[in-house]
Design a protein. Structure first.
Length: 94
């Protein structure tokens, strides 16, 4: 991700209940499984993207990850997530 994108992302996640995740901060130890979140992630081209996701169990050993439920990443387990926020009904970013 280039420095311009980083600056915009820092400004964006500094408001509206966003929490840092992954490479920025340690993942939270407890999130509600099945709860909907909005996540910000870096796509394959190094651009920041937003999508909705749920926090799910990924295997029998109990690992958990965000799973995209809309957008171009729909159905993918998200590994390049750097921010998230809980979503209440009708509260998604634009």
């Amino acid at each position: 991700m280039n420095s311009e994108y980083r600056k915009k992302c820092r400004e964006f996640i500094s408001k509206d209940g966003w929490k840092r995740y992954g490479i920025i901060d340690e993942p939270p130890s407890i999130l509600d499984v099945g709860k909907e979140f909005e996540i910000m992630y870096e796509d394959m081209d190094g651009k920041p993207c937003l999508c909705s996701a749920v926090w799910e169990k990924t295997n029998v050993m109990g690992q958990r990850r965000f799973k995209a439920i809309d957008g171009m990443a729909k159905g993918n387990w998200m590994s390049a997530v750097f921010a998230y926020r809980e979503v209440e009904d009708g509260e998604r970013s634009e």
